[in-house]
Structures are given as structure tokens and as C-alpha cells.
Design a protein. Sequence first.
Length: 89
Amino acid sequence: MTHVANTRECHGKDPRGGERAPDQGQVSLAYRRAMVRGDDPWPQPATVLGWWTRPDGVTMCRLRMSGSARALWVVFDPERIELLVSGGT
């Protein structure tokens, strides 16, 4: 499984200052396919399950890597997390 380099995980506490993970009312639920570029030469499939904007304005996404049962809050970095088109033209 690819580790999403240069992102911060949020497991109940913000690593920068102890802020709690978002309450459900602050989260915009989603189901969006993505490709994650990590340290590997090939992108890995993942799914974005939610969005949250922290009080400091940083956009976080709840990301589950393919094959993993657990989703993690990570800083959304469009250079590393590519959202895929879900249909239509």
C-alpha cells in the first residue's frame, strides 16, 4: 500500500496542536475515486469519502487506499491526490 507522502494524518487529534477530528456535522460526505501518487513510481487507487475544511482554512479529505479497511484524514494535495471523473462527458 502506498503511503501518501507529505500529508498529515488526523486520527482524533491534529498533529499541529491537539485539535480534534471533525464532528460529523462539519464533514461533507463524498464517494469519489482518486489516484494517489506517493513514493512509488505508479499511482495507487483510492477513494475520497469526505471533505472538511479546518478552522485554519486547510482542506482535508478522508482517504481510503484500495485494499485498506481504514480511511484516514489527510491534507488534500492536488499534486498527489488526483480526483477521477466519475462519468458523463
